[in-house]
Structure formats: structure tokens, C-alpha cells
Design a protein. Sequence first.
Length: 303
Amino acid sequence: MTDTSLIRTGLRGAAQKLRLGGYEEELSGTPRSRFTRHVILVGLGLVMLYPLLWMISASFKPSTDVFSDTGLIPAIWQVDNYSTGWTALSQPFHVYLWNSLVIAFFNVVGNLLSCSMAAYAFARLRFRGRKVFFTAMLGTMLLPGQVVLIPQYVIFAQLGWINTYLPLTVPAFFATNAFFVFLLVQFMRNLPMELQDAAKIDGAGAFRTYWSVIMPLTVPAMATVAIFTAISSWGDFFGPLLYLTDPKLFTVPLALKEFVSSSGSSSWGPMFAMSVVSLLPVVAFFFIGQKYLVNGIATTGMK
């Protein structure tokens, strides 16, 4: 009986290895199939990159040839578009870059602090009504932004915050982004509870545990929140359009709008040139935190 069991076990193991080997061979495929997949992926990548390549090409074309010349390689290289666009508006373009950078910085700091604190309370602390408050917080994700637009504007106008950066930055310090809170909650729930118990035994309170134990372990999720916040703040057009009226306070999206004239005399070449310049900080920030972004998204919600 023992020999028979051993033989059966060996046969099952061999069959499993054969199945796994066939599965791995199916995944890897032949060299021709792998080459075909790579060609298809490269083609799809070029399709997605075409708008970016077209914009870069348009930044070197004269304004009259931007839409008439359909090729990616300019017939006439207008390198002066960058110098012209930098000083074409009422303020040098670095003023708008700085304004967008200030707003993005405060939004990143505000979301990291407030959303991580709220997520720590929902994920690691036990208090009455925790599930009810968490459900209500998730319910705000279903509320369209247009519904609260007018009440928010009235409140900010009564506070005297119009034409300042306060309406664009202060809400970030009150954990108003439910998605980021939910993302951090899912990440913190997977952290071992023994670490929090050990900190409690060592005399650490709730805030000390949050700051010294939980925060260092949530770096991937925090980096994800920082990247998403920076990109959304940098490209936000409607918020600055609604609250800012002084050209000295304009952000990059509002500055790019100034290149487009309703009279038909739009400076397309300089506008696309400054669009390329405005993309550089976002691309650099993304590539710097790409590793943490992928890690944070891949490990959130996994045991």
C-alpha cells in the first residue's frame, strides 16, 4: 500500500510538472510569436504617443503651418517659438510655472498629511461609528463636483479667498479626496498588527505609532498619492479659471489659454512650444516616482 501511494504521488507530481511546463511554454511561445507580440505592442505604443509627437512637431512649426502641414517633420523649423512663447504674455512664462508649482506643492503636502491621518484612523483605530463614517466618506466619491461647485464658491467668496491660492490648496489639508483615503486605507490594512501592538507596548501613543511606524511602511502608497496629486494639480484648468482673476497668479493651463485668441489671431506655434515646456516637470516627477507608483498600486489591497 505504501509503495502504491508513493507511485501515485510521483505520477501526480510528474503530471503537474508537465502541465506547468506546458503552461510556461505557452506563455513564452515561439520566437516568432514573441516577435509578433512585441511588434504589436510597439505599434500600439506609437499610436498612443502620436499626439505627443505631433505636439512636439507643431512646437517647431510656424503658426500658419501647424494645421496645414500634416507631417511630423516640419518643413520649416521655427525654433524661435520657444523664445517667443516665453515672453509673449503679460508675464514671463516662468511666473506661471512657479505658480503651478506652488499650488501643486501645497496640494501634495496637504493630501499626504490629511489623507494619511484619515486612513490611519479608519484602518488602525477602533472608535464608535467608524464603519458609518467610512461608508459616508466613500459615498462622497459618487457625488459630482458640479453639485458642490456653487456652495463652495459662495463660502470662499464670503471668506475673501477669491483671487488667492487658498481655495485651490486649503481643501487638500482636510482630506477631501476620498479616493486617496480609500487607497491608503487598503494599504494600511495589510500591515501587520503586531507592529502597532509592539509600539503600544513600548509606550507609543496613536500619533507616535502613526508617524514612526505606519508612515515609513506606506511609502509606496504615499508616493502614488503624491504623483496623482501633482499631475492633477498641475493640469487643473477649471479651478484656477474659477477663482483667479489676476494674470500674475495664473497657472500654466490658464497661461496656455491666453495664446488662443477668439479673433482668429492665435499663436499656435508658441502655444505648443510652451505646452512642451509645461510637460517637462510632470514627466520628470513621474519618472522619479515611477517605481513607487507601480509598487503602491500593485500591493494595495493584497495580502
